[in-house]
Design a protein around this ligand. Structure first.
Ligand SMILES: [Zn+2]
Length: 227
């Protein structure tokens, strides 16, 4: 689950126009051919959601979202580093960046701003009252920034993960007013890596093999987009 930013209607309309023109060009055309190059020089920020006092949502068997977010974030980062990217993490241990949520989010924003990131990936897990709900879903900023990248990422995850494990191919990327996607002018995605309110998704996410499979798909999509 993610931290929602403040929304002011007029500002959002203005920001939509500005960001649409300023940022869509960066990722307007996502490469679809197999890439033999690595994102040398590309800076990727990986944000493991929550941490410390803020455990995020809790799974059906008691798993803390913050712990799985960190495992996924570190796995993804290691793969991207092996592929030649410069990875900046917002956290690399179980601690939050502050004991106060607002300060924690401000520090994440500061890291993102200072990184001059080519893209930002925030890792989260979902929870829903309908415990049958499953799958990996991608979210992007409601200004439209990162929309094409989000669509590309979601299609890849639908084909490689969601269909394979839950026979779902209908998950669509969703825009939203998220604090973390507004910290950089570069495409910024939130990836909700599954529903820990669903016993099967939670069990999968607790295995290293599944996390590595998921991270490989996410990393490949990032490499194709920024290489
Ligand atoms: Zn979350």
């Amino acid at each position: 689950m993610v931290f929602i930013g403040k929304k002011t209607a007029l500002c959002v309309v203005a920001a939509t126009l500005v960001f649409s023109f300023a940022c869509l060009g960066v990722f307007a055309v996502v490469r679809t051919a197999a890439s033999s190059c690595t994102p040398l020089g590309a800076v990727i920020v990986i944000d493991a959601g929550h941490g410390g006092f803020d455990g995020g949502v809790v799974g059906v068997s008691g798993t803390k979202e913050s712990e799985l977010n960190l495992s996924i974030a570190m796995c993804l980062g290691e793969m991207l580093e092996a592929d030649g990217a410069a990875v900046v993490y917002t956290r690399t241990d179980d601690n939050a960046l502050s004991d106060i949520k607002r300060e924690d989010m401000k520090k994440r924003a500061e890291i993102i701003r200072n990184s001059r990131a080519d893209c930002v990936i925030s890792i989260h897990l979902n929870s829903y009252r309908d415990k049958s709900r499953r799958g990996v879903q991608v979210f992007y900023d409601d200004t439209g920034k990162g929309e094409s990248f989000a669509s590309f990422m979601q299609e890849k995850l639908n084909a490689a993960i969601n269909y394979k494990y839950s026979k779902r191919t209908d998950l669509a990327p969703q825009p939203g007013d998220f604090y973390i996607t507004k910290c950089s002018s570069s495409p910024s995605l939130i990836i909700e890596c599954g529903f820990i309110s669903n016993a099967e998704d939670e069990a999968l996410l607790k295995t290293e093999a599944f996390r590595r499979e998921l991270c490989r798909e996410i990393a490949d999509a990032i490499i194709l987009a920024v290489a």
